[in-house]
Design a protein around this ligand. Structure first.
Ligand code: KG4
Ligand code: ZN
Length: 336
């Protein structure tokens, strides 16, 4: 541990899926937040785990070096190294975990193992305004959809979740049906801006309690589109914006329905959104609206902290460091 007044400089590394990222947190600020994407997956319509691991292996050193340079921090100035421990693709996770362990051993500094989904939520503590505990967070990414009561930095209770596809997966699978390249979520959002959200109706599965299901919606979109294409091969092309707006409305409606129910059920009025799908403009607008109607304090992340990044790993690492929650060097990464 460093002396009380010395700066705490955290290097954070993220490689759980298809983004290789490094960030530096120092003196209450993110000094660098570097992300290298992987275009290689586009031609396959989804992330290919083996290719992701290889790309991480190529990207990790330059990404870390750029982050250190941008932050003006020397390796020897680092206090601790935080890395994503999981969930994620096992081969991809091993790249950041091995890199972080080697560097921490060489520099003789502590290691901080971070839960990827907790980090998405803790991104709310990077800048003001910060939510107060306990808050309710809808965490929506490509692999997870969870309603979480956040009682403290590392005390998170999942009170609802998807029983099949995640919300991001629902966006990406619907996009694939519509011939939109991976990851389709952001493009559906873009096309939906000039579409009519009430043009088409899709059936969805309504589960009791606070759980979600998106696989029925995906099937409904698939059958509807197949039927229309049989009559008009240009159906998707002719109606792309309306289709995207309608798909987006169906997903967001389902997300918001249980989110509002959870807020009422728990009585919590500190309400936050996290994960890649929190970049969705319709979801952001609907949450802001519900916040006004229900008198909630709403926390919507900045765009750069929605999708995978290492700044969120760094802030989670900082709070783990303050609590002395260090990771043993023998610790294994964990998969989804
Ligand atoms: O959190 P994230 O970057 O990675 C995981 O942890 O999975 O989330 C990625 C997901 C993808 O499914 C992507 O399509 C979705 O977030 N996404 C969006 C938008 N931006 C990213 N979905 C809808 N609208 C967006 N604007
Ligand atoms: Zn993520």
């Amino acid at each position: 541990m460093q002396a009380n007044n010395a700066a705490i400089n955290i290097l954070a590394i993220e490689s759980s899926c298809d983004e290789t990222a490094a960030a530096i947190y120092s003196n209450g600020k993110i000094l660098a937040n570097i992300i290298a994407g992987q275009a290689v997956h586009q031609q396959y319509g989804g992330v290919v785990p083996e290719l992701a691991s290889r790309a991480h292996q190529q990207n990790i050193l330059p990404v870390v070096e750029i982050a250190l340079q941008k932050a003006g921090i020397l390796k020897t100035d680092l206090t601790a190294i935080a890395y994503t421990q999981g969930p994620g693709l096992i081969g991809a996770l091993m790249v950041a975990s091995s890199f972080a362990k080697s560097m921490a051993m060489a520099l003789e500094i502590p290691l901080l193992g971070i839960h990827h989904m907790q980090a998405h939520i803790l991104a709310h503590f990077i800048d003001e305004p910060r939510p107060l505990f306990p808050f309710l967070c809808l965490t929506v990414s490509g692999g997870h959809t969870q309603l979480v009561v956040v009682k403290d930095y590392f005390e998170h209770e999942v009170i609802g979740k998807t029983i099949d596809d995640a919300a991001g997966e629902a966006f990406d699978k619907a996009a694939k049906i519509l011939g939109i390249p991976y990851p389709g979520g952001p493009l559906i959002d873009t096309y939906a801006k000039t579409g009519n959200p009430d043009a088409f109706k899709f059936s969805d599965t309504k589960l009791p309690e606070l759980n979600y299901s998106f696989s029925g919606l995906k099937t409904s979109i698939l059958y509807f589109v197949q039927k229309q294409m049989a009559q008009n091969p240009d159906f998707i092309k002719d109606n792309l914006n309306d289709l995207c707006a309608s798909v987006q409305k169906a997903i967001v409606k389902q997300l918001m329905h249980k989110f509002i129910k959870a807020a009422k059920q728990t009585g919590i009025n500190q309400i936050a959104l996290a994960g890649g799908v929190s970049a969705n403009s319709n979801l952001r607008n609907e949450l802001a609206l519900a916040g006004k109607t229900n008198n909630w304090d709403v926390y919507i992340p900045k765009f750069e902290y929605c999708t995978d990044n290492a700044a969120m790993i760094a802030i989670a690492g900082y709070h783990k460091y303050l609590k002395g929650l260090f990771e043993p060097i023998t610790s294994a990464p964990f998969a989804r």
